[in-house]
Write a protein that binds this ligand. Structure first.
Ligand code: SAH
Ligand code: SF4
Length: 458
């Protein structure tokens, strides 16, 4: 979501006549879009702002903008600690970037942090703002902002506000527009995509319409997957408590929806899941996971796990290891619990786990999940996979990097470079826990999006 907002901020500035600077020295404006979900972004931010003060003082007219969830959370703190910042704005002010910058230029430093999103007009939905996309063949599409859940560790509801679903037709129209511009892959974004549409339905029912309150995510997957030109649909994140079979069926029945499910577990202990207020048990989680594999054999399943939630006992942690072994994830994003000021879990200080114990658990989890990741990757060796090119490999220009439908990273040698967005087939020759290797078989489709040609100002 943070990356998506950064693309919008860059898009708004470009729409206002700015262009991307190659170096800090060339820049007139620097925007820092902060994220504080797991790390202490504060230390990094204030360190960077210290350097930027020197940068700002070196030339007249330079401006600094700080946005994102840290400024949303800390409000006046950013201004107090770094008064040389020109604009401090929150997560709900992205659409105001240009106005705030102009105000700062004319009147001096401004701070504007709205407490909640103002969506009286759909145009204010972040996806409707101009955008400077980092890649031209795939795109994030916001389907929902905010979150109505109360996971005890999580700062998102505090900094992103209440859950608001974007109108169904607006989403589909944006995807059609993207496809018309050569985008072939979209990732639908929301904090709890399974509850997409619940608020829309509730509003309709309150207004007297005779509708059952239902979620509409399965319908959305089918509709987006049917847009001509869209060949890959991904989404993140579903919430296990709201995952229903209709979504898995829609995935299985819509050819464009990729065979990949990011399905955040957080913990394998029912006691910890309850303390976290996740609203599901490990058993229910596993039932849905098995259902996904039954409907889509070979689907890749990735997850998030938090290690060291306050009060997590050895036994709780072993239950997490047991579920991880049973689930055999393709990839686990493991996070050490980090107290986020303002959340329920941050107050459970007397139950915080010793850092050495947490590190040991983290390492034990790694040792359990890496062989599974390798095993899942090895199962791809000898297959011919459809791969979308991302670009040349960072280490070797003669090797291209791309993604399979399962979202696995593939490095493969090609006689000549392929443009990002090219669809090809690759014969998989080798597997490692975090990537595959292979060789090009065929080029299926060249990208049709326009190439961005940098224009130098004279
Ligand atoms: N809405 C998504 C998650 C968004 S946050 C969901 O419910 O799954 C992404 C991941 O960050 C979470 O899945 C969780 O594993 C991790 N995370 C969030 N807050 C955290 C915290 N305080 N400490 C450690 N990890 C955290
Ligand atoms: Fe945070 Fe839970 Fe909402 Fe995900 S569902 S954003 S973890 S509160």
């Amino acid at each position: 979501m943070n990356e998506h907002d950064s693309e919008r901020i860059a898009g708004l500035l470009e729409a206002d006549g700015m262009s991307r600077a190659e170096t800090d020295d060339d820049a007139d404006v620097v925007v820092l879009n902060t994220c504080c979900i797991r790390e202490n972004a504060d230390n990094k931010l204030y360190g960077t702002l210290g350097h930027l003060k020197t940068w700002k003082d070196a030339k007249d007219g330079r401006r600094i903008v700080v946005g994102g969830c840290l400024s949303q959370k800390d409000k006046d703190v950013v201004r107090d600690r770094a008064p040389w910042v020109d604009v401090v704005m929150g997560t709900h002010n992205v659409h105001r970037t240009n106005e705030l910058l102009q105000l700062a230029i004319v009147y001096g430093p401004v701070t504007e942090i709205l407490d909640e999103a103002v969506i009286d007009d759909h145009a204010l939905f972040p996806s409707a703002l101009p955008v400077r996309r980092e890649t031209s063949y795939n795109a994030w599409v916001t389907i929902q902002i905010g979150c109505d859940n109360t996971c005890a560790y999580c700062i998102v509801p505090a900094v992103r506000g209440k859950e608001i679903s974007r109108p169904f037709d607006d989403i589909v129209n944006e995807v059609k527009q993207l496809a018309a511009n050569g985008v072939t892959e979209v990732t639908l974004l929301g904090q709890n995509v399974n509850s997409y549409g619940r608020d829309i339905n509730l509003a309709e029912r309150k207004s007297g319409a005779d509708v059952r309150v239902k979620t509409m995510f399965a319908d959305l997957l089918r509709e987006v997957g049917a847009v001509p030109g869209i060949q890959r649909v991904r989404y993140t994140s579903p919430h296990p408590k709201d995952m229903r079979s209709d979504v898995l069926e829609a995935m299985a029945e819509t050819p464009a929806v990729c065979e990949h499910l990011h399905y955040p577990l957080q913990s394998g202990s029912d006691r910890v899941l309850a303390l976290m207020h996740r609203g599901y048990t490990a058993q229910r989680y596993m039932e849905q996971l098995r259902e996904a594999r039954r409907l889509m054999p070979g689907i890749a399943i990735t997850t998030d796990i938090i290690v060291g939630f306050p009060g997590e006992t050895e036994e709780d942690f072993e239950q997490t290891l047991a579920i991880a072994s049973e689930a055999k994830f393709d990839l686990v994003f493991a996070f050490i619990f980090s107290p986020r000021e303002g959340t329920e879990a941050a107050l459970m200080t007397e139950h915080f786990i010793e850092p050495e114990v947490v590190s040991r658990r983290f390492e034990r989890l790694r040792q359990i999940v890496e062989p599974h990741a390798l095993e899942m990757h090895e199962a791809r060796v000898g297959l011919v996979e459809e791969v979308v090119v991302e670009g040349p490999s960072r280490k070797n220009e003669g090797v291209m990097t791309g993604r399979t439908r399962q979202n696995k990273l593939v490095h493969f040698a090609t006689p000549s470079q392929l443009r990002p967005g090219t669809y090809c087939t690759v014969y998989i020759t080798r597997a490692a826990p975090h990537f595959l290797q292979g060789r090009l078989v065929d080029i299926l489709q060249e990208p049709t999006h326009k190439i961005r040609i940098p224009v130098a100002s004279v």
